[in-house]
Design a protein around this ligand. Structure first.
Ligand code: 7TS
Length: 425
């Protein structure tokens, strides 16, 4: 698994898929069902992915054989649970291209990971007149914490605009990222436009002016090989549930020296070294940021999700999605009433495809598709400022993953044609 391989791969005329999608599909019990009398087609993967049998079994196995609290027990089950929990940490460290175990902080999700950075690093390092740079395509999780921090500190929030094609417009980047910039927070892949952003370049630009760079990898880590060191990001965040893992687990990767400088986020057990009535010292990393009993079972089961992705190989995951996205974009483009948002080039985007129909409201699209057993999301996708930039109140969004194939795309396209007949447009 080499970082960035996926990005270098060009779309081909293709087929077959780089792995057996049929076999992958068979590993996901939830997909084997009818919804509204139709075989389920799950195309809401940017919101959350389904779980393979190995992840479901890991959760059951944990509760059947190892359940206990961690880091404190002196008995066998506590030892077993601790090893499994810490084993996932090491696996995550390796999955992101090799970081130190103590640079991996478990949170409840990307949202909490970014809030943690805002509340700790942000609280200490942002002052009046400082500038925080975000982009127009951020999810609210990488936006609201910075809006609020800027307000409370009288700091300035600046944004990198997008082009009409859905790329970041870096033409004026030197006026946006300046000596006053303290933080640049940017998503690696947009959940609405699918755009893969040139984060390495942006991080380098941030570092050149002495700013810190946070990359929201919620949509990238599930779909392409990541190398956090190579990207240069000071903070990198993602969520287990978007990459075959359980809900309630997220990851914050941080540079050790920065995490050590930062104050803790939550106070309580486990995050302390010594407590007196008048004075407290903090535990070592990563425990300083993991107060209280964490989500042990779900962290343990997340390991099975990473193993599943390792076994396919992230370069193959990326190639499959790039090919399937190419196929889907071409098929959707054949429908004259459909308008797709975001880049057209499959090697510059992921498989989140937002679209609108000239005559049917996105919510009606989603409801109609659901009546045909097809799950998509419709709405503002937690990116209201982006929707305003796009001039849309909402879009429908089909988002692809490893268990989707051309037949799923064909079902989507056929249903969209039928929808127009149904609505008489
Ligand atoms: N950042 C990005 C780019 C996201 O797409 C999401 C979730 C988050 C952060 C927040 O992740 P969480 O796990 O903490 O909730 N995106 C979506 C979506 O597109 N539809 O539902 C959730």
């Amino acid at each position: 698994m080499k970082s960035g391989d996926g990005e270098k791969l060009k779309s081909t005329d293709y087929r077959p898929a780089p792995f057996s999608v049929e076999q992958v599909k068979a590993d996901f019990p939830i997909l084997d069902q009818k919804v509204n009398r139709h075989q389920l087609v799950y195309l809401d993967n940017a919101a959350s992915t389904q779980k393979p049998r190995s992840v479901i079994n890991a959760l059951l196995e944990y509760y059947r054989h190892s359940n206990s609290n961690i880091h404190r027990g002196m008995h066998t089950l506590a030892e077993r649970a601790t090893q499994a929990y810490e084993g996932t940490r090491s696996h995550v460290a390796q999955f992101v291209g090799g970081v130190l175990d103590e640079e991996v902080i478990f949170t409840s999700g990307t949202t909490e990971a970014i809030n943690l950075v805002a509340a700790t690093w942000g609280e200490v390092n942002i002052s009046e007149g400082d500038e925080i740079v975000i982009t127009e395509m951020e999810h609210h999780a990488n936006l609201v914490p910075w809006v609020m921090l800027a307000k409370s500190k009288s700091a300035v929030l600046k944004r990198i605009p997008i082009t009409i094609c859905g790329h970041l417009d870096l033409s004026n980047i030197d006026e946006i990222i300046t000596k006053k910039t303290k933080l640049v927070a940017v998503s690696h892949m947009s959940n609405v436009l699918g755009t893969i952003n040139p984060v390495k370049e942006i991080v380098a630009r941030a570092h050149a002016v002495g700013a810190v760079a946070l990359v929201d990898g919620a949509q990238a880590a599930p779909h392409m090989a990541i190398n956090v060191r190579d990207l240069g990001a000071d903070f990198y965040t993602f969520s287990a549930h978007k990459m075959l893992g359980p809900t309630g687990v997220g990851v914050l990767i941080g540079r050790k020296e920065m995490l050590e400088e930062m104050p803790p986020y939550k106070m309580g057990g486990e995050m302390i070294r010594e407590v007196r009535f008048d004075r407290v010292t903090w535990n070592d990393l990563p425990h300083k940021f993991e107060a209280g009993t964490p989500n042990i079972a779900d962290v343990v089961a997340f390991d099975a999700a990473l193993t599943y992705l390792d076994e396919i190989g992230m370069d193959k995951v990326r190639l499959h999605e790039m090919q399937l996205t190419d196929y889907a974009m071409k098929k959707l483009t054949e429908l004259p009433s459909i308008e797709i948002q975001g880049p057209q080039e499959p090697d510059q985007r992921g498989g989140a495809i937002s679209f609108t129909d000239r005559d049917v409201h996105p919510h009606d699209i989603a409801t109609f598709l659901d009546s045909k057993g097809i799950a998509v999301r419709a709405g503002h996708h937690c990116a209201q400022p982006l929707m305003r930039v796009l001039g849309k109140v909402a879009t429908a969004r089909a988002s692809l993953y490893i268990y989707n194939d051309e037949s799923d795309v064909d079902r989507l396209v056929e249903a969209l044609v039928e929808m127009r007949r149904y609505f008489g447009v």
